[in-house]
Design a protein around this ligand. Sequence first.
Ligand SMILES: O=P(O)(O)OC[C@H]1O[C@H](OP(=O)(O)OP(=O)(O)O)[C@H](O)[C@@H]1O
Ligand SMILES: NC(=O)CC[C@H](N)C(=O)O
Ligand SMILES: [Mg+2]
Length: 586
Amino acid sequence: MQTGSAKGTAHVGRVLEKILSAKTHQEPSLSALSFVVPPRSFLLNIMCGVLGLLLHDPSVDAAPEICEGLSLLQHRGQDACGIVTCGHKGRFYQCKANGMVRDVFDETSISRLTGGMGIGHVRYPTAGSSNHAEAQPFYVNSPYGIVLAHNGNLIDSASLLHFMDATAHRHINTSSDSELLLNLFANNLQQTGKFRINEEDIFTAIGGLMKECTGAYACTAMLAGFGIIAFRDPNGIRPLGMASRKSGTGKDYLFASESIVADAGGFSEWEDVKPGEAIIITRSSVSRRIVAQPATFAPDIFEFVYFARPDSVLDGISVYRSRMAMGDALAAEVEKVLKEQNISVDVVIPVPDTSRVAALNLAQKLNLPYREGFIKNRYVGRTFIMPGQQMRKKNVRRKLNAMALEFADKNVLLVDDSIVRGTTSREIIQMAKDVGAKKVIVASCAPPIRYSNVYGIDMPSRMELVAHGRNTEEIAQAIGADLVIFQTLPDLVASVRQFNQSISTFDCSVFTGEYVTGGVTEEYLQHLESLRADNVKNMVLVGELGAQDGKGGGGRAQDLTTSVVGSSPMSVDDTVGLHNTWNVNK
Ligand SMILES: O=P(O)(O)OC[C@H]1O[C@H](OP(=O)(O)OP(=O)(O)O)[C@H](O)[C@@H]1O
Ligand SMILES: NC(=O)CC[C@H](N)C(=O)O
Ligand SMILES: [Mg+2]
C-alpha cells in the first residue's frame, strides 16, 4: 500500500468533489451544458498554466489530482483546459475543451483518464485563436508518442512554420505556437533515429529546441510509457517549478506553474526549474540538466504585479511579500506627489482583488484609514484580459459596487496593481464620483504600461493601452481622475528583487519596450497587432474555422475540428486518435 498516494488520493477525492459540486448542473447533457458554460465573450482570461504529475504507484490514477491542480491555476487561464494521462501499455487518454476546469471535467471524464502520470493545461491564447482545436495539451504520435503543455509565446512562429513545412515535413494543423514547439521537440527526437531513446537523447532534443526557437516557454511534456518532462526557456521568463512527496517506498513528482499546487497536494521541496534547464522524471530516476547556452535570467515582473496568486512563491520570491513591498514603495511616491500638488487624502480604497495587499501596506505607511469601498461580486472573474472592450467595461460594473458611505465628501486615493486598458479605472472613478467622492486620485503599483507583451500575456496591441503615447496628465484625463500616481520602475523592481538578489534582471518589456530575447522588431509588433488586436481577434477566430492559407507543400488543411464547433464543451477522447481531433463528444 502506498500511503503517500493513498492519502493524497483521498484528499484529492474530497477536493474534486468540491470542484465538481460547484457545477450548477448534475447530469451533463448537450442542452444543459450550453447554459452552464458562459458564452465565450463572458470568459475572463489571463494567461496559461501548466502542470505535470507522476505518481510512484502506477495503479493510482493521476487525473483527479491534475484536475485539482488545474483548478488552482485557473486564475492563469480561463479560456480552455485539458488533461492527458498515460496509462497501461503507454496509451494516452485526453480530455480538453473550451471552458473552465469545473465545466470541462466531471467524474465520468476524469474516471476515463487512467494512468499514473499525466500533464495538464489551462489556457488563454496568445497565438492562434480560441478555437478548441488549440486547447492544450497537444499530442503528436511520432516519434514515440509525445504530449506537451506550454505557457508562454514564441516570437518566431512564422519561420518555424516554414521550417516544419519545407524541411521537417511535419503537418501543423493549427495556428498555435505550442503545436510548433511540440513538433520541434518531436523533430529533434526523430533525428536520433532510435527504436528506444534515453534521457541523453531527450536532453539533446530539448537543447536543440532551445537553439531553434525564440520566445517564452515554460513547458511540461510526457513521453508515452517513459515519463514526464519539464523545461523552461533560457531567459526563464515564465515560471515553472518542481516538488515531490513521499509515497510508499518512493516519491510522487509534480511540475507546476505556481507553488500553490504543491502546497495543496502535500508536496514539499518546491524548486524552480532553472532557465534553460530540462528535467526528466521516470519511475526510477530524476535527471536534470542545463541544456541551453547561458542567457540573462529575466522572469516576468508582471507575474508579481498581477498574475500569480499571492500565496505562490516564484523563483524564491513570495508574491504576497513582493506586493506588500510594492505598497510600501508606492506610499513614498504618493506622499511626495501629494505634497508637491498640495492635495490631502482622506481615505485609501483598494480596487479589489489584486491590489488589496499593496493598498493596505500603503495606507499603513501613510497613516491613512483603509476602507473596502468597493465590494466585489466574486462570481465575475478577472477583467483586464477579457475579450472585447465593451465586455470588459460592462463587467467592471457587474463586478464592483461602490459603498456611498466610504466615498461621500472625501478625497479618495484608489490603489490598483496596474492600469492596462484603463477600463477598470475609468469605470470605478465614475462610480466613486457618482456616490459623492470629492476628488479621486489613482495610484498604480506598476509604472505606465505602454508596450505590447509578446511573452505569453495577451496584451498585444499598443493602441489598446491607455498609457501608450500618453504622459501622466493625459492618462489622468483619459480615465477621468483628478490625479494619477505611478510607481517608478526602479521601485517596482526593487520591491520584487529584494527577496531574491541573485536575480539581476526582470522582464519589464511592457513598461520599457525592451525585449530580453531579442528578435522583437517593429515589423513583428505591427504584425502581432494586425493579428491580435481586440478588433481583429474575432475575425481570426472565424477565419480559423474554414480558411486554407494555400501555402507550401502539405499546406495547412482545413481545421479538422470544424465539425464540432458549437457543440458541447464536454469532450472526452477515450484515447488520443488523430492529433488535435475532438472525436468523441459527450
Ligand atoms: O486597466 P484595465 O484594462 O482595466 O486592467 C487593469 C485591471 O485589471 C485587473 O483586475 P481584474 O479585475 O482582472 O482582476 P483582480 O480581481 O485580480 O484584480 C488588474 O488588477 C486591474 O485592476
Ligand atoms: N498564455 C499562454 O501561455 C498561451 C500559450 C500559447 N501561446 C497559446 O496561445 O496557447
Ligand atoms: Mg484588479
